[in-house]
Ligand binder design. Structure first.
Ligand code: SAH
Ligand code: SF4
Length: 335
């Protein structure tokens, strides 16, 4: 898909044409301009030549079709992965914000695969358009977005926000900010900027460890944005926005999953307003180097947090069958 020339081409046309074109893209979800019957034939041809709507992608569906992974080929040939999770009554798309990720977290397949480039806002939109087209024949639509695919959204802040503002608008998918979550490894300037945005977006911070020593072993960027500063930034964010915040914590066996570490984590969070945050314990999807914690260890860890008055949930392993679970996205279905 390539819409970079759309506005330039339509500038020469009456002003309502742009509105019609957007309706065709986002509401009718056409994949070829010849289907845009409200546009004159000549214009359809020009658009097909210059603004392709074709999204080249390979998909992989789980048996129950509740998890679908797509590898989308970008115009420069690079590939990104995006995942549709159809659970409960909701269709959630897990979107990528970069091709790869420069931060190299040890437990994350994306991070281990290196970094290519940021995604343009249009390429972020494209992922949602793709799954909207997929769901259309089923009479369903995309209701929720999580920026938990490939990449670190706050290292591509401007394009991510531009895409969110578009996805949020009635002209496109009208996805409410409350249905959009951004997950960050803890890029403090990004947390600050998000706190100043008017949108009621949800924020998740990937904490994964109760102290700097352990965190730096798995998250290299912790040397720059250390735990104390991160928790302070989270506190400022909560006080300023009064929005809900989620701390994500991957459970790695004999590494960060002991009851003592749970108590340390509770201590770390004790000054934050309890009604505004929760901890989400994540079952680790094995990539390499670590083993997932035993279910019993996860439950005991949860117990300690709950005893300290901290709302704590355990994240199911959604999307594993298609290797579309968090941290398993590498950009190519064949790998
Ligand atoms: N860069 C952002 C967003 C992408 S990762 C971030 O790190 O938050 C989205 C979530 O998947 C994060 O919580 C991340 O820590 C988690 N994740 C990464 N690798 C994982 C793995 N192997 N198993 C389970 N979760 C993983
Ligand atoms: Fe990047 Fe997030 Fe993976 Fe770390 S966990 S390498 S920040 S995508």
């Amino acid at each position: 898909m390539n819409l970079t020339n759309l506005e330039t081409i339509l500038k020469k046309e009456p002003s309502f044409r742009l509105k019609q074109a957007k309706e065709a893209i986002f509401k009718q979800l056409i994949n070829d301009w010849s289907q845009a019957l409200n546009l004159p034939e000549k214009l359809r041809k020009v658009l097909n030549k210059n603004c392709s709507l074709v999204i080249e992608a390979q998909i992989l569906e789980s048996h129950d079709k509740k998890s679908v992974k797509a590898a989308i080929k970008l115009t420069d040939g690079l590939k990104i992965e995006t995942v549709l999770l159809r659970h409960g009554n909701r269709n959630t798309v897990c979107v990528s914000s970069q091709v790869g990720c420069p931060l190299g977290c040890l437990f994350c397949a994306t991070g281990q695969g290196g970094f290519k480039r940021d995604l343009a806002s249009e390429e972020i939109m494209e992922q949602v358009i793709f799954f909207s087209r997929y769901l259309k024949p089923l009479g369903e639509k995309v209701d929720n977005l999580v920026f938990m695919g490939m990449g670190e959204p706050f290292l591509n802040y401007e394009n991510v926000m531009a895409a969110i503002k578009l996805l949020n608008s009635e002209e496109t998918f009208n996805i409410g900010a409350r249905h959009i979550s951004i997950s960050t490894i803890g890029i403090i300037p990004g947390i600050k900027k998000l706190g100043d945005e008017k949108l009621q977006l949800n924020l998740a911070i990937s904490l994964h460890a109760p102290d700097n020593e352990i965190r730096s072993k798995i998250i290299p960027i912790n040397d720059k944005y250390s735990i104390k500063n991160l928790i302070d930034a989270a506190n400022d964010y909560l006080k300023k926005t009064k929005r809900q915040l989620m701390f994500e914590y991957i459970m790695l066996e004999h590494f960060n999953d002991s009851k003592i570490q749970a108590a340390e984590l509770a201590d770390l969070l004790k000054h934050l307003p309890k009604h505004l945050y929760m901890v989400n314990l994540i079952q680790y999807n094995t990539t390499k180097g670590f083993r997932p914690s035993a279910t019993m260890a996860i439950k005991k860890f949860q117990q300690v947090l709950v005893q300290n008055g901290i709302k704590t949930t355990i994240r199911l392993r959604l999307g594993r069958e298609v290797k579309g679970a968090c941290g398993q996205l590498v950009g190519d279905l064949e790998k």
